[in-house]
Design a protein around this ligand. Structure first.
Ligand SMILES: NC(=O)c1ccc[n+]([C@@H]2O[C@H](COP(=O)([O-])OP(=O)(O)OC[C@H]3O[C@@H](n4cnc5c(N)ncnc54)[C@H](O)[C@@H]3O)[C@@H](O)[C@H]2O)c1
Length: 432
C-alpha cells in the first residue's frame, strides 16, 4: 500500500519505518525542515534503539521517503496517518491545533479517495471533528473516510512494540475503512480489535490513565511504607502476584514523566469534566505524581541539610531508560528544587544530555558516571539505565566525598549498597 505519515516524531517515524519494513511504500512528512534534512542525510533526530538501521535499510530498499510538504503525499497515498503532537493547553485540555492544521491541509489538496487515520492520541469525539473539518475543506464530491488507530508503543522499545503489539485497535465507521486497515496490518500476528471511532479513542486514554494510576498507587503506598518502615517493593510484589492486579507498572519511584502520561491524564480529566461526568480519580493520580518529585527532593534535603555548598552526582536525566526524551522528566522538577537550596549538580545520562542542556541550566554535565560522581557528597539516581547496575562501586566510593546514595528508582538492594559502604535511601523502603 502507499502510505503517508504526517508528523515524523517518535510515533510517526517508528510507524512509517515499521510499515515500510512490512513492505508498504511510505512517505513521512514533517513541517520541521531541519528534521527532514537530518533524516535525508541518514541520521535520526532522536535516540531509539534499532531505528537507525531500520530506516537505513528501508530507504535503501526504496520504500521509505521524507518530505516537508503535505501536498506531495495527499493524492499519492491511499492511507494517511496523522501522527502530530497533541500537547496540553494551560487548562489541561488537548491542544488539537496541529491536528487541525494537518486535517485542513489534507482536505485542501485531496482529489481522490483517501483514508485519514488519527494515530495521535486525541480526546474522544476528535474523529467526528476530523470528519466534519475534512467535509468543510475538501472539494465537493471527493470521497474520503476517517478512522482511529491509537498507538501503544513505548519509547525505548518502540520497534518491538510496533511490530509485536499486544493488540492493534482500529476504530472505524465503514466496512471500507475496516477492510483497508485489516489489509494494512495483515502480516501482523497480534489480535486486531475493531471498534467504533469513539471507543478506539477512549481505549487509548483509558489505557494510559490506568497505567499511570498504577504508578501513582505505588507511589502513594511508598509514603505509607516510609512512615511505618515497611518495604513497598515487597508490598507491590505481594499485590502484583494476584493476576487480577499484575505487577507491571506497580513500581514506586520519582513519578512518571514523558510526552504521554501527564498530558493524556490531564486531557482525559478535562474531557470528562466537559462532558459533565468528571473522572475525579485522575486528578488525584496527577496530584500524587506531582508531589512525588518534591517528596524525593525533600528526602535528599532532610538528610543533607544544609545543601548549600554540597555537590550532588546525578545518574540519569531522561524520563526513563533507553530514551533521550526529556519531556516531563522527573529530573526537570527535582534538580531545580535542589539547586534552589544551594546544591551544585554534576550529571551524567547515557543519551539525554544534549536534550537536557536547554532545560537544566547551571549543571556540570559529565562524560561518564564516574566523572559525575567524582567529588560529590551524594549519589542521586533518577533514571534506571541498565549500565548503572554494573558500576564499579569501589571506584565510585574512592571518588566520592560523602557516602549518601539516594535511589529514586529502587534499582538496588539496600543490603547490597550498605555492603558497598553507602548510606542508602530509596523510595518506600527502609534505609541502610
Ligand atoms: N511518544 C510516545 O511514546 C507516544 C506513544 C503513543 C502515542 N503517542 C502520541 O502520538 C502523537 C505524537 O507523539 P510524538 O511523541 O511522536 O510527538 P513528536 O513531538 O515527537 O512528533 C510530532 C511531529 O509532528 C510534527 N508536526 C507538527 N505539526 C505538523 C504539520 N502541520 N505538518 C507536518 N508535521 C507536523 C512535528 O514537527 C513533530 O516532528 C501524540 O499525540 C502522542 O500523544 C506518543
Amino acid at each position: 500500500m502507499k502510505i503517508g505519515i504526517i508528523g515524523s516524531g517518535y510515533v510517526g517515524l517508528v510507524t512509517g519505518t515499521c510499515l515500510a519494513h512490512l513492505g508498504h511504500s511510505v512517505t513521512c512528512v514533517d513541517n520541521d525542515p531541519e528534521k527532514i534534512r537530518t533524516l535525508k542525510s541518514g541520521k535520526v533526530p532522536f535516540y531509539e534503539p534499532g531505528l537507525h538501521e531500520m530506516i537505513e535499510n528501508n530507504v535503501a530498499a526504496g520504500r521509505l521517503f521524507f518530505v516537508t510538504d503535505i501536498s506531495k503525499i495527499v493524492n499519492r497515498c491511499s492511507v494517511i496517518f496523522i501522527c502530530v503532537n497533541t500537547p496540553s493547553r494551560p487548562d489541561g485540555s488537548a491542544d488539537l491545533s496541529f491536528v487541525e492544521n494537518v486535517t485542513k491541509s489534507v482536505g485542501k489538496h485531496l482529489r481522490k479517495f483517501c483514508l485519514v487515520v488519527a494515530k495521535s492520541t486525541v480526546p474522544v469525539e476528535t474523529g467526528e471533528w476530523i470528519r466534519r473539518t475534512l467535509k468543510r475543506t475538501v472539494r465537493q464530491g471527493v470521497p474520503f473516510d476517517v478512522a482511529s488507530n491509537p498507538e501503544f508503543l513505548r519509547e525505548g522499545s518502540a520497534i518491538q512494540d510496533f511490530m509485536r503489539p499486544d493488540r492493534i485497535v482500529v476504530g472505524v465507521e465503514t466496512q471500507r475503512a475496516e477492510k483497508i486497515l485489516r489489509e494494512l496490518y495483515a502480516s501482523m500476528k497480534s489480535p486486531l480489535i475493531v471498534t467504533d471511532i469513539k471507543s478506539a479513542e477512549l481505549i487509548k486514554h483509558a489505557a494510559n490513565s490506568f497505567l499511570a494510576t498504577k504508578i501513582s498507587f505505588a507511589n502513594g503506598l511508598s509514603r505509607i511504607c516510609d512512615a511505618v518502615g515497611a518495604d513497598v517493593d515487597k508490598v507491590t510484589l505481594g499485590m502484583g502476584l494476584d493476576p487480577r492486579i499484575g505487577n507491571q507498572f506497580l513500581r514506586a519511584g520519582v513519578g512518571f514523566g514523558g510526552a504521554c502520561f501527564p498530558k493524556d491524564l490531564k486531557a482525559f480529566l478535562h474531557i470528562s469534566e466537559e462532558l459533565g461526568v468528571p473522572f475525579g480519580v485522575l486528578g488525584e493520580v496527577i496530584r500524587i505524581n506531582d508531589a512525588q518529585a518534591r517528596y524525593f527532593s525533600e528526602k535528599i534535603m532532610n538528610r543533607l541539610k544544609p545543601l548549600r555548598g554540597k555537590t550532588l552526582g546525578v545518574l540519569g536525566l531522561a524520563f526513563k531508560s533507553d530514551t533521550d526524551d526529556m519531556r516531563n522528566a522527573p529530573s526537570l522538577a527535582i534538580l531545580p528544587l535542589l539547586q534552589k537550596e544551594g546544591a551544585k549538580i554534576q550529571a551524567y545520562d547515557p543519551q539525554a544530555i544534549e536534550k537536557a542542556r536547554p532545560h537544566l541550566k547551571g549543571i556540570k554535565y559529565a562524560a561518564d558516571p564516574y566523572e559525575a560522581l567524582n567529588g560529590a557528597h551524594a549519589v542521586v539516581l533518577l533514571t534506571e539505565w541498565k549500565e548503572f547496575l554494573s558500576l564499579d562501586w569501589k571506584r565510585v566510593r574512592r571518588g566520592l566525598k560523602g557516602r549518601f546514595f539516594f535511589d529514586g528508582r529502587n534499582m538496588f538492594s539496600p543490603g547490597e549498597m550498605k555492603k558497598h559502604g553507602f548510606h542508602y535511601f530509596s523510595v518506600g523502603r527502609p534505609s541502610a
